[in-house]
Design a protein around this ligand. Structure first.
Ligand code: AMP
Ligand code: ZN
Ligand code: FE
Ligand code: FE
Length: 299
Protein backbone atom coordinates (compact mmCIF):
# COMPACT_ATOMS: atom_id res chain seq x y z
CA UNK A 1 0.00 0.00 0.00
CA UNK A 2 1.41 3.43 -0.78
CA UNK A 3 2.04 5.82 2.09
CA UNK A 4 -0.68 8.28 1.12
CA UNK A 5 -3.37 5.60 1.07
CA UNK A 6 -2.14 4.16 4.34
CA UNK A 7 -2.29 7.66 5.82
CA UNK A 8 -5.90 8.09 4.69
CA UNK A 9 -6.94 4.73 6.11
CA UNK A 10 -5.51 5.45 9.53
CA UNK A 11 -7.94 6.49 12.19
CA UNK A 12 -7.71 9.95 13.73
CA UNK A 13 -9.42 8.69 16.86
CA UNK A 14 -8.16 6.09 19.33
CA UNK A 15 -10.26 5.47 22.42
CA UNK A 16 -8.28 2.70 24.10
CA UNK A 17 -4.72 3.41 25.29
CA UNK A 18 -2.60 2.50 28.32
CA UNK A 19 0.26 4.32 30.07
CA UNK A 20 2.78 3.59 32.83
CA UNK A 21 0.03 4.45 35.33
CA UNK A 22 -1.14 0.89 34.63
CA UNK A 23 0.51 -1.70 32.39
CA UNK A 24 1.52 0.48 29.45
CA UNK A 25 5.22 1.13 28.96
CA UNK A 26 5.03 4.76 27.78
CA UNK A 27 4.49 7.62 30.20
CA UNK A 28 1.39 9.75 29.56
CA UNK A 29 3.58 12.40 27.91
CA UNK A 30 5.40 9.86 25.72
CA UNK A 31 2.11 8.26 24.67
CA UNK A 32 0.39 11.54 23.78
CA UNK A 33 3.50 12.62 21.86
CA UNK A 34 3.47 9.37 19.86
CA UNK A 35 -0.26 9.78 19.14
CA UNK A 36 0.28 13.35 17.92
CA UNK A 37 3.12 12.16 15.69
CA UNK A 38 0.84 9.52 14.23
CA UNK A 39 -1.72 12.18 13.30
CA UNK A 40 -4.27 11.41 15.98
CA UNK A 41 -6.57 14.24 16.98
CA UNK A 42 -8.75 12.71 19.69
CA UNK A 43 -7.67 10.02 22.08
CA UNK A 44 -8.85 8.51 25.34
CA UNK A 45 -6.44 7.36 28.04
CA UNK A 46 -7.98 4.24 29.55
CA UNK A 47 -5.63 2.89 32.20
CA UNK A 48 -6.67 -0.13 34.24
CA UNK A 49 -8.15 1.00 37.57
CA UNK A 50 -6.36 4.35 37.49
CA UNK A 51 -7.05 7.97 36.61
CA UNK A 52 -3.57 9.05 37.63
CA UNK A 53 -2.22 9.50 34.10
CA UNK A 54 -4.89 11.96 33.05
CA UNK A 55 -3.46 15.28 34.32
CA UNK A 56 -0.07 14.64 32.70
CA UNK A 57 -1.67 13.44 29.45
CA UNK A 58 -3.94 16.46 29.30
CA UNK A 59 -1.06 18.86 29.95
CA UNK A 60 1.03 17.24 27.19
CA UNK A 61 -1.91 17.21 24.80
CA UNK A 62 -2.61 20.91 25.19
CA UNK A 63 0.75 21.69 23.56
CA UNK A 64 0.28 19.16 20.75
CA UNK A 65 -3.23 19.88 19.46
CA UNK A 66 -4.63 16.57 20.67
CA UNK A 67 -7.84 16.20 22.69
CA UNK A 68 -7.57 13.78 25.58
CA UNK A 69 -10.81 12.26 26.82
CA UNK A 70 -10.60 11.10 30.43
CA UNK A 71 -11.14 7.38 30.51
CA UNK A 72 -10.62 4.27 32.58
CA UNK A 73 -10.77 0.49 32.08
CA UNK A 74 -12.37 -1.67 34.77
CA UNK A 75 -12.08 -5.43 34.96
CA UNK A 76 -15.33 -7.15 35.89
CA UNK A 77 -16.06 -10.81 36.43
CA UNK A 78 -19.13 -12.98 36.24
CA UNK A 79 -19.16 -16.74 36.69
CA UNK A 80 -15.53 -17.11 35.75
CA UNK A 81 -15.81 -14.86 32.73
CA UNK A 82 -13.88 -11.61 32.57
CA UNK A 83 -15.52 -8.56 31.01
CA UNK A 84 -13.64 -5.28 30.62
CA UNK A 85 -15.52 -2.01 30.72
CA UNK A 86 -14.30 1.32 29.44
CA UNK A 87 -15.63 4.54 30.93
CA UNK A 88 -15.41 7.82 29.00
CA UNK A 89 -15.61 11.39 30.31
CA UNK A 90 -14.82 10.16 33.79
CA UNK A 91 -15.04 12.74 36.57
CA UNK A 92 -11.56 12.36 38.04
CA UNK A 93 -12.47 14.50 41.06
CA UNK A 94 -15.03 12.01 42.33
CA UNK A 95 -13.69 10.78 45.71
CA UNK A 96 -15.92 7.70 45.69
CA UNK A 97 -14.55 6.43 42.37
CA UNK A 98 -10.98 7.35 43.34
CA UNK A 99 -11.16 5.36 46.54
CA UNK A 100 -12.77 2.40 44.79
CA UNK A 101 -9.96 2.39 42.21
CA UNK A 102 -7.34 2.62 44.97
CA UNK A 103 -8.94 -0.50 46.48
CA UNK A 104 -8.74 -2.31 43.13
CA UNK A 105 -5.07 -1.36 42.81
CA UNK A 106 -4.42 -2.74 46.29
CA UNK A 107 -6.09 -6.00 45.20
CA UNK A 108 -3.82 -6.07 42.14
CA UNK A 109 -0.73 -5.75 44.33
CA UNK A 110 -1.81 -8.60 46.60
CA UNK A 111 -2.66 -10.77 43.60
CA UNK A 112 0.62 -9.94 41.83
CA UNK A 113 2.59 -11.02 44.88
CA UNK A 114 0.71 -14.33 44.98
CA UNK A 115 1.38 -14.95 41.28
CA UNK A 116 5.09 -14.40 41.87
CA UNK A 117 4.99 -16.90 44.76
CA UNK A 118 3.37 -19.47 42.49
CA UNK A 119 5.94 -18.85 39.79
CA UNK A 120 8.75 -19.47 42.26
CA UNK A 121 7.08 -22.77 43.19
CA UNK A 122 7.12 -23.57 39.48
CA UNK A 123 10.85 -22.80 39.40
CA UNK A 124 10.37 -19.50 37.61
CA UNK A 125 12.46 -17.14 39.70
CA UNK A 126 11.24 -13.60 39.22
CA UNK A 127 11.46 -11.23 42.14
CA UNK A 128 8.52 -9.32 43.52
CA UNK A 129 10.77 -6.28 44.01
CA UNK A 130 11.54 -6.30 40.29
CA UNK A 131 7.84 -6.52 39.40
CA UNK A 132 7.12 -3.58 41.71
CA UNK A 133 9.97 -1.61 40.16
CA UNK A 134 8.58 -2.29 36.67
CA UNK A 135 5.11 -1.15 37.72
CA UNK A 136 6.76 2.04 38.99
CA UNK A 137 3.95 3.10 41.30
CA UNK A 138 1.21 2.38 38.75
CA UNK A 139 -1.51 -0.29 38.94
CA UNK A 140 0.31 -3.65 39.01
CA UNK A 141 -0.70 -5.97 36.18
CA UNK A 142 0.25 -9.36 34.86
CA UNK A 143 2.19 -7.66 32.01
CA UNK A 144 4.70 -6.40 34.62
CA UNK A 145 5.26 -9.98 35.74
CA UNK A 146 5.54 -11.07 32.10
CA UNK A 147 8.15 -8.36 31.53
CA UNK A 148 10.17 -9.58 34.52
CA UNK A 149 10.02 -13.08 33.01
CA UNK A 150 11.29 -11.79 29.66
CA UNK A 151 14.17 -10.01 31.42
CA UNK A 152 15.17 -13.25 33.13
CA UNK A 153 15.01 -15.14 29.84
CA UNK A 154 12.15 -17.49 30.80
CA UNK A 155 10.17 -16.40 27.74
CA UNK A 156 11.01 -14.39 24.64
CA UNK A 157 7.87 -12.22 24.58
CA UNK A 158 5.32 -11.24 27.23
CA UNK A 159 2.52 -13.07 25.44
CA UNK A 160 4.35 -16.37 25.87
CA UNK A 161 4.26 -15.82 29.63
CA UNK A 162 0.48 -15.51 29.36
CA UNK A 163 0.11 -18.64 27.24
CA UNK A 164 1.89 -20.85 29.73
CA UNK A 165 1.71 -19.19 33.14
CA UNK A 166 -0.33 -16.02 33.51
CA UNK A 167 -3.43 -16.47 31.36
CA UNK A 168 -6.68 -17.70 32.90
CA UNK A 169 -5.76 -21.31 32.33
CA UNK A 170 -2.06 -20.78 33.02
CA UNK A 171 -0.25 -22.62 35.80
CA UNK A 172 0.42 -19.50 37.89
CA UNK A 173 -2.96 -17.81 37.39
CA UNK A 174 -4.46 -16.16 40.44
CA UNK A 175 -7.73 -14.25 40.27
CA UNK A 176 -8.68 -11.13 42.15
CA UNK A 177 -11.80 -9.57 43.60
CA UNK A 178 -13.77 -7.82 40.90
CA UNK A 179 -17.15 -6.21 40.46
CA UNK A 180 -19.74 -7.87 38.26
CA UNK A 181 -20.20 -6.28 34.83
CA UNK A 182 -23.54 -4.76 35.92
CA UNK A 183 -21.91 -3.29 39.04
CA UNK A 184 -19.07 -1.90 36.91
CA UNK A 185 -21.53 -0.20 34.56
CA UNK A 186 -23.39 1.24 37.57
CA UNK A 187 -20.16 2.57 39.11
CA UNK A 188 -19.34 4.38 35.88
CA UNK A 189 -22.83 5.80 35.44
CA UNK A 190 -22.83 7.06 39.02
CA UNK A 191 -19.58 8.89 38.32
CA UNK A 192 -21.06 10.49 35.20
CA UNK A 193 -18.92 8.40 32.84
CA UNK A 194 -20.23 6.69 29.70
CA UNK A 195 -19.81 2.88 29.91
CA UNK A 196 -18.64 0.89 26.90
CA UNK A 197 -17.83 -2.83 26.66
CA UNK A 198 -14.20 -3.47 25.67
CA UNK A 199 -13.05 -6.10 23.13
CA UNK A 200 -16.27 -8.19 23.08
CA UNK A 201 -14.77 -11.14 21.20
CA UNK A 202 -12.51 -11.90 24.18
CA UNK A 203 -15.56 -13.27 25.97
CA UNK A 204 -16.69 -15.44 23.05
CA UNK A 205 -15.47 -18.89 22.16
CA UNK A 206 -16.30 -18.46 18.48
CA UNK A 207 -18.53 -16.43 16.21
CA UNK A 208 -21.30 -18.94 15.55
CA UNK A 209 -24.97 -17.97 16.01
CA UNK A 210 -25.08 -19.29 19.59
CA UNK A 211 -22.09 -17.25 20.65
CA UNK A 212 -23.43 -14.14 18.93
CA UNK A 213 -26.81 -14.63 20.64
CA UNK A 214 -25.09 -14.99 24.00
CA UNK A 215 -23.09 -11.80 23.49
CA UNK A 216 -26.24 -9.97 22.38
CA UNK A 217 -28.04 -11.11 25.51
CA UNK A 218 -25.18 -9.98 27.78
CA UNK A 219 -25.03 -6.61 26.07
CA UNK A 220 -28.81 -6.13 26.23
CA UNK A 221 -28.75 -6.89 29.97
CA UNK A 222 -25.99 -4.35 30.58
CA UNK A 223 -27.77 -1.81 28.42
CA UNK A 224 -30.59 -1.92 30.98
CA UNK A 225 -28.19 -0.53 33.58
CA UNK A 226 -26.57 2.05 31.32
CA UNK A 227 -24.14 0.44 28.88
CA UNK A 228 -23.98 2.86 25.95
CA UNK A 229 -21.51 1.34 23.53
CA UNK A 230 -19.18 -1.50 22.63
CA UNK A 231 -15.83 -1.76 20.90
CA UNK A 232 -16.19 -2.70 17.26
CA UNK A 233 -12.93 -1.36 15.83
CA UNK A 234 -10.23 -2.94 17.93
CA UNK A 235 -6.62 -4.07 17.91
CA UNK A 236 -6.19 -6.79 15.33
CA UNK A 237 -9.86 -7.53 14.63
CA UNK A 238 -10.51 -8.95 11.19
CA UNK A 239 -13.04 -7.44 8.80
CA UNK A 240 -15.34 -10.35 9.57
CA UNK A 241 -15.18 -9.68 13.32
CA UNK A 242 -15.80 -5.97 12.80
CA UNK A 243 -18.83 -6.75 10.62
CA UNK A 244 -20.25 -9.21 13.15
CA UNK A 245 -19.83 -6.75 16.03
CA UNK A 246 -21.15 -3.81 14.00
CA UNK A 247 -24.27 -5.78 13.25
CA UNK A 248 -24.82 -6.64 16.95
CA UNK A 249 -24.20 -3.00 17.93
CA UNK A 250 -26.59 -1.66 15.36
CA UNK A 251 -29.28 -4.18 16.32
CA UNK A 252 -29.06 -3.01 19.93
CA UNK A 253 -28.44 0.67 19.22
CA UNK A 254 -25.02 0.68 20.91
CA UNK A 255 -22.37 3.22 19.95
CA UNK A 256 -19.61 1.59 17.88
CA UNK A 257 -16.39 2.55 19.65
CA UNK A 258 -12.85 1.28 19.48
CA UNK A 259 -9.14 1.78 19.63
CA UNK A 260 -5.79 0.06 19.53
CA UNK A 261 -5.47 -0.96 23.23
CA UNK A 262 -1.85 0.03 22.79
CA UNK A 263 0.50 -0.78 25.68
CA UNK A 264 3.94 -0.57 24.00
CA UNK A 265 3.98 -4.12 25.32
CA UNK A 266 7.08 -5.43 23.60
CA UNK A 267 5.04 -8.12 21.83
CA UNK A 268 5.70 -8.49 18.09
CA UNK A 269 3.04 -7.07 15.75
CA UNK A 270 1.38 -4.93 18.39
CA UNK A 271 -1.32 -2.64 16.97
CA UNK A 272 0.05 0.92 17.05
CA UNK A 273 -2.09 3.88 18.16
CA UNK A 274 -4.38 5.08 15.39
CA UNK A 275 -3.99 1.90 13.33
CA UNK A 276 -7.64 1.20 14.12
CA UNK A 277 -10.33 3.32 15.63
CA UNK A 278 -13.89 4.52 15.28
CA UNK A 279 -15.00 7.40 13.07
CA UNK A 280 -14.86 10.84 14.77
CA UNK A 281 -18.67 11.04 15.03
CA UNK A 282 -18.66 8.54 17.90
CA UNK A 283 -17.24 11.18 20.19
CA UNK A 284 -20.33 13.36 19.70
CA UNK A 285 -22.52 10.30 20.29
CA UNK A 286 -20.70 9.53 23.56
CA UNK A 287 -21.01 13.18 24.60
CA UNK A 288 -24.76 13.10 23.93
CA UNK A 289 -25.14 10.10 26.21
CA UNK A 290 -23.12 11.84 28.88
CA UNK A 291 -25.38 14.88 28.71
CA UNK A 292 -28.38 12.66 29.36
CA UNK A 293 -26.93 10.90 32.44
CA UNK A 294 -28.58 11.79 35.75
CA UNK A 295 -26.99 14.92 37.22
CA UNK A 296 -25.19 15.83 33.96
CA UNK A 297 -27.88 18.04 32.44
CA UNK A 298 -26.90 21.43 31.10
CA UNK A 299 -27.83 23.09 34.42
P1 AMP B 1 -4.33 -7.87 34.55
O1 AMP B 1 -4.76 -6.43 34.45
O2 AMP B 1 -3.27 -8.07 35.55
O3 AMP B 1 -5.49 -8.80 34.73
O4 AMP B 1 -3.68 -8.24 33.14
C1 AMP B 1 -4.46 -8.03 31.98
C2 AMP B 1 -3.60 -7.36 30.93
O5 AMP B 1 -2.66 -8.30 30.47
C3 AMP B 1 -4.38 -6.94 29.69
O6 AMP B 1 -4.85 -5.64 29.81
C4 AMP B 1 -3.33 -7.03 28.62
O7 AMP B 1 -2.54 -5.87 28.67
C5 AMP B 1 -2.46 -8.16 29.06
N1 AMP B 1 -2.81 -9.47 28.47
C6 AMP B 1 -3.91 -10.22 28.71
N2 AMP B 1 -3.86 -11.36 28.01
C7 AMP B 1 -2.70 -11.35 27.33
C8 AMP B 1 -2.05 -12.25 26.43
N3 AMP B 1 -2.59 -13.42 26.11
N4 AMP B 1 -0.87 -11.89 25.91
C9 AMP B 1 -0.30 -10.71 26.22
N5 AMP B 1 -0.85 -9.82 27.06
C10 AMP B 1 -2.03 -10.13 27.61
ZN1 ZN C 1 -3.57 -3.95 29.92
FE1 FE D 1 -8.94 -5.00 28.37
FE1 FE E 1 -7.02 -2.26 27.64
Amino acid sequence: MNNRLEELLKSRVDLHLHTTMSDGRLSPTELVTLCAKRGLRQIAITDHDSLEGLPEAQAAAADLGVDVISGVELGADETGREVHLLGYFVDADDPELSSMLAGFRQGRTTRGRRIVERLVELDVHVSWDRVLALSDGGAVGRPHIAEAMVEKGYVQYPKEAFDQYLGRSGTAYVGRERVTPAEGVAVLVKNGAVPVMAHPTYYMSGDGPKEVARLTETLAGLQQVGLAGMEVHYGDYTTRQVEMLASVASELGLIQCGGSDYHASGNPDETEPGKVGPPPEVIGALQDVRGRLPGQGEA
